[in-house]
Structures are given as structure tokens and as C-alpha cells.
Design a protein around this ligand. Structure first.
Ligand code: DSN
Length: 418
């Protein structure tokens, strides 16, 4: 970073501090990860200089012979990994990716079914504060409190029959279970809806065949961000059946976006190349083993998880029930011992989003560093002790030291000398 160091010491210092933060603590936010050195390099290449409106072979600017190479590679790798007929790799991130799908198929006021935010859905799945929630008529389904938070498909079927949605969307940002996509497909077929799955969180686990792939169940559209379990740069992708390729491409460009970020697409291509390797399958398997172990160890200590276990890379702790503190207090306490999590609403949370009743925890980033079940047991105990003994500053200092001592044994990729 000699150029930044010489030219802009304030920014240089912030970067160094962030590197230190990322290496000396344990990242447990389920949507975050550490990219490889190759992905980091690709993200910082000269492709950042290039305008490439359009698609490979059909651009609105000259000089796109090399952007075509990388965009074609990214699309082909995505198609192969997810077993789909078409992939658009231009969405700038998760929200525009989902917006592009809605805008491709719906008119203002049309009905969509998506998961309620407090039950695990994303803002773009129709929360009333989002523009999408205002533009379209979202019917939000929920999970079943008596069945470890699984989706109530009978209720979903009756809602679908009543409201006749044009799209039935499944997918989540905070839901620790897997789906049987055939249940959604059956309901969508019954009412003639398009099937859409937002697999942003589990994209890497699906690519590695460790979680179910919605295309295997006949889904029409699958969206994913590229920076979570897929371990690429921050971006989004829309994958679909061939019959929807043109409408999706037009919706992304020129419908919603202008020039794609070709440096990001370059890094997405590199990350997808990594995801095709056998090591990535091992990585995905270990994410799941770590998640199960962490959940088990927390529950063994009496911690209340909203779904009483996990099928994926994440879990949601009800901190009010477990420790008598809200998620904001828990997040801050864990920050002081260098364990990073995020506050999280729980199903039908009586508390507001900035002081919700829980926290969300995940294993993708720690697994990238090579941490395994043994470390998960330690992490569970550190979390439990910190939150249980919230006023014991001496104990917190001891735990922080233990965290900082363990971390150098598990270097973060892409950061020299850690
Ligand atoms: N903001 C993302 C997350 O943290 O889950 C969802 O897209």
C-alpha cells in the first residue's frame, strides 16, 4: 500500500486499523467473510477504469474486448456451479439484484409473497420501510413457533390461494433452517406464480452442494450476493431459466443500472473459480460442522436459539431470554472481547430493530481462517461467559486476551504478515 501511504495518511491509518481489527478478533457476523488474496487483487485492478454498459459482444462503449473475457468467464462459472441456464453478474449488490427481478415481472401494486423480516426475511422481501414494500403489494409469511421456527406451509398455501401472488419468494437473511423447495414450488404451481429464491446467505453452501439447490426443484429465478458464503467481492447475481434471460438482462441494464462495476465482476469471476475447486467443498462442509458445534455448545450452556438448532451457517440467540439483555447490549459486550456479532430481531419481536431481542451469529469467516470444532467450543464459552457476567470487567479483559492470543494461529487471507 505504498501509494496510499505516501498520498493519504489518514486513509492509510484507517485501513491499517481495520486490518488489525479483522485479524485480532473473531468475525461471527454470518453475512461476512474474508476473501482470498487473489480476489482482493482482482477487485483492485484497472477494470475499475472501464465503462461497459451492455453485455458481452454488445456494449455501448469501445475497448471492451477484455471486459467481455471476464464477464463471460464469470457467467459461465456461475452457470456451471449453480446448474442454471443463464446468469447475470452485473447487479451491484443484493438489493438491486432483487429489485431487478421484481421490476422485470411486476407492475406497481402487483402481489408478491416473501418472508416477514422479523422471521428471517430481508428488507427487499417487502418490508414496509423499503421502496419495494411501498411499490408492490407484499404478503409476508411467517415461521411456526411450535415447530422450531419452520415455515408453516399450510398457512402459506392458504395465503397464496387468497392473494394470488405473481411471485412467490423464498430466502432469508436470518433463518437458520434449510427449506424443502418443493413445498414452495407446489404452492406456486397451484396459483401460477413465478418461483424465486434469494440464496444470498447460503450461495457458497449451495455452490458446494452442501445445501439444496432451488434449480433442482424447478425454480425459475435464483438470486445471490457474492460476498457471503460464496467468499467473493461485494456484488450480486441473478440466475434463471433461459426463457427469462432476456427479460432479466433488460431489467438489470438498461432498466435499473448503468455501467457495471467491472473490477467487481473480475473479482467475482476469480471467486467463482475458487468455488469450483475441491477445497471449497471442504470449506463449505466445515462451515456447517462448525455451525452445528457452536449451536450445540451454546444450547448445552442453556442459551436459547430461536430455532433450537441450525441447518446452515448461522444461528439467532434470544439474548433477552438467555441473559436478560437486549441484542444491542449483547453486541456491544461481545465487541469489547473482540467477538463480532450483530444485533437481530427475533420472530414478532416486541422490541424495535435498534434494541432487538437477539443477536445473529455465523461461522463462514472463522472457518475461512481454519477454525474448527475445537475453536467453536471455546467461542461458545467465551460468548456465554461474557454475556452471563456482563459487569465483570476483569473477566472480560481475560477473555479478550484469550481471543487475541488464539487469533494469530489462524491468519486472515489477503492480509500480509498476520
Ligand atoms: N445485510 C445482509 C445481512 O447481513 O444478512 C443481508 O443482505
Amino acid at each position: 500500500m505504498s501509494a496510499i501511504k505516501g498520498q493519504d495518511p489518514q486513509i492509510y491509518e484507517a485501513i491499517l486499523n481495520e486490518q488489525k481489527r479483522q485479524t485480532e478478533g473473531i468475525e461471527l457476523i454470518p453475512s461476512e467473510n474474508y476473501v482470498s488474496a487473489a480476489v482482493l487483487e482482482a477487485n483492485g485492478t484497472v477494470f475499475t477504469n472501464k465503462y461497459s454498459e451492455g453485455y458481452p459482444g454488445k456494449r455501448y462503449y469501445g475497448g471492451n474486448q477484455y471486459t467481455d473475457v471476464i464477464e463471460n468467464l464469470a457467467r459461465d462459472r456461475a452457470k456451471e456451479l449453480f446448474r442454471c441456464e443463464h446468469a447475470n453478474v452485473q447487479p451491484l449488490s443484493g438489493s438491486p439484484m432483487n429489485q431487478a427481478v421484481y421490476l422485470a415481472f411486476l407492475k406497481p401494486g402487483d402481489t408478491v409473497m416473501g418472508m416477514d423480516l422479523s422471521h428471517g426475511g430481508h428488507l427487499t422481501h417487502g418490508h414496509p420501510v423499503s421502496h419495494m414494500g411501498k411499490l408492490f403489494n407484499f404478503i409476508r409469511y411467517k415461521t411456526h413457533p411450535e415447530e422450531n421456527g419452520r415455515i408453516d406451509f399450510d398457512h402459506l398455501m392458504s395465503l397464496a390461494k387468497e392473494h394470488k401472488p405473481k411471485i412467490i419468494l423464498c430466502g432469508y437473511t436470518s433463518y437458520p433452517r434449510d427449506y424443502d423447495y418443493s413445498d414452495f414450488k407446489k404452492i406456486a404451481d397451484e396459483v401460477g406464480a413465478i418461483t424465486m429464491a434469494d440464496i444470498a446467505h447460503i450461495g457458497g453452501l449451495v455452490a458446494a452442494n452442501q445445501m439444496r439447490n432451488p434449480f433442482d426443484f424447478g425454480f425459475d429465478i435464483v438470486t445471490t450476493t457474492t460476498h457471503k458464503t460464496l467468499r467473493g467481492p461485494r456484488g450480486g447475481m441473478i440466475m434463471c431459466k433461459k426463457e427469462f434471460a432476456e427479460i432479466i438482462d433488460k431489467s438489470v441494464f438498461p432498466g435499473l443500472q448503468g455501467g457495471p462495476h467491472m473490477n467487481t465482476i473480475c473479482a467475482i469471476a476469480v471467486a467463482l473459480g475458487e468455488a469450483q475447486k475441491p477445497e471449497f467443498t471442504e470449506y463449505a462442509k466445515q462451515i456447517l460442522k462448525n455451525s452445528k458445534k457452536l449451536a450445540e455448545e451454546l444450547m448445552k450452556r442453556g442459551v436459547k436459539l430461536v430455532t433450537n438448532g441450525t441447518d446452515n451457517h448461522m444461528m439467532v440467540v434470544n439474548t433477552i431470554e438467555s441473559f436478560g439483555i437486549d441484542g444491542t447490549v449483547a453486541e456491544k459486550l461481545l465487541d469489547t472481547v473482540h467477538l463480532t456479532v450483530n444485533k437481530q430481531v427475533v420472530p414478532d419481536d416486541p422490541n424495535p430493530p435498534l434494541r432487538p431481542s437477539g443477536i445473529r451469529i455465523g461461522t463462514p469467516a472463522a472457518t475461512t481462517r481454519g477454525m474448527q470444532e475445537e475453536e467453536m467450543e471455546k467461542i461458545a464459552d467465551w460468548m456465554y461467559q461474557t454475556l452471563k457476567n456482563k459487569d465483570d470487567l476483569e473477566l472480560h479483559a481475560k477473555i479478550k486476551l484469550e481471543v487475541n492470543t488464539m487469533c494469530p494461529k489462524f491468519p486472515v487471507p489477503g492480509i500480509a504478515g498476520n
